[in-house]
Design a protein around this ligand. Structure first.
Ligand SMILES: C[S@@+](CC[C@H](N)C(=O)[O-])C[C@H]1O[C@@H](n2cnc3c(N)ncnc32)[C@H](O)[C@@H]1O
Length: 253
């Protein structure tokens, strides 16, 4: 969809809509090789528990029944690998991401874990997926939708490629509203995370973007409304860890 006059935000900066994706791609190009290590360091391992909760909600079959997962903005493959390990032999995952550097790391991880026959990696944009209508039994997007310039288009595409009766799950940073935790979280986000980025990746700016993009992301009830507008039913969300993240769910019925 052409929206040439619109602006959006890249972290705290307002930028033309057409420029955001290029800036986002530069961030993930810069961090790809150290992305997984940084996730462990920044979240003190918590991202593993949040992702496991997402896989439990996805509940892929443990039998040989076929199940096709699309993991969008899937980066280095974490969600797809976790889902594959929790599933039976009929499980297949497609990891779709716009960034070739992230996908390259993901492909190497898949072969190291002997999962390359069950998880494949394709380059693509969440806003315009190259898959036919009603192809997938599940759609996941973890810490990805915040980076997509036009979230409404990504949600419509998610709905389009899901089979009726299947589930959309989105794990994303959210709004901390626990007194005391919010002040600590602000300090940690704006001071510790960029410093970690500088030390581990050599790029504090990339992690400043990450922190700022979290603050500019719509609150969970607003995302839920966008999901309903895209057609999803039984929309709900579950806050975790004091609101640091939320798991959003919707069904294509
Ligand atoms: C924070 S990473 C999340 C990776 C993975 N899902 C995880 O949880 O570890 C965000 C990913 O979103 C991808 N991304 C950004 N914009 C995208 C778009 N428009 N379409 C598809 N992927 C996109 C980036 O390339 C990056 O790999």
């Amino acid at each position: 969809m052409d929206r040439p006059d619109q602006t959006t935000h890249f972290g705290f900066r307002d930028v033309p809509l057409g420029e955001k994706q290029t800036l986002v791609n530069e961030v993930f190009h810069s961090v790809a090789q150290r992305y997984d290590l940084m996730n462990d360091l920044m979240s003190v391992g918590l991202h593993r528990a949040w992702k496991d909760i997402m896989i439990t909600a996805l509940n892929p079959p443990k039998t040989d029944a076929p199940f096709a997962l699309l993991d969008v903005a899937g980066g280095t493959g974490d969600i797809a690998f976790r889902a594959a390990k929790a599933s039976g032999h009929g499980f297949r995952a497609t990891v779709c991401d716009i960034n070739t550097d992230m996908l390259e790391v993901g492909r190497n991880r898949a072969s190291a874990q002997h999962l390359d026959d069950r998880v494949n990696f394709v380059e693509g944009n969440a806003e315009a997926l190259a898959f036919p209508d009603r192809t997938f039994d599940g759609y996941t997007i973890a810490f990805g939708i915040r980076n997509v310039p036009q979230i409404d288009l990504a949600l419509k595409e998610a709905y389009r490629v899901l089979r009726p009766g299947s589930r959309f799950l989105c794990l994303e940073f959210s709004t901390v509203d626990v007194p005391g935790l919010d002040a600590f979280y602000d300090f940690y986000s704006f001071n510790v995370i960029p410093a970690l980025g500088r030390t581990v990746v050599g790029d504090a700016e990339a992690y400043r973007y990450l922190v700022e993009s979290i603050r500019r992301f719509p609150p969970p009830h607003a995302l839920a409304e966008m999901m309903r507008a895209a057609g999803f039913a039984r929309v709900s969300f579950q806050r975790m860890s004091g609101g640091i993240v939320a798991l959003h769910s919707g069904w294509r019925l």
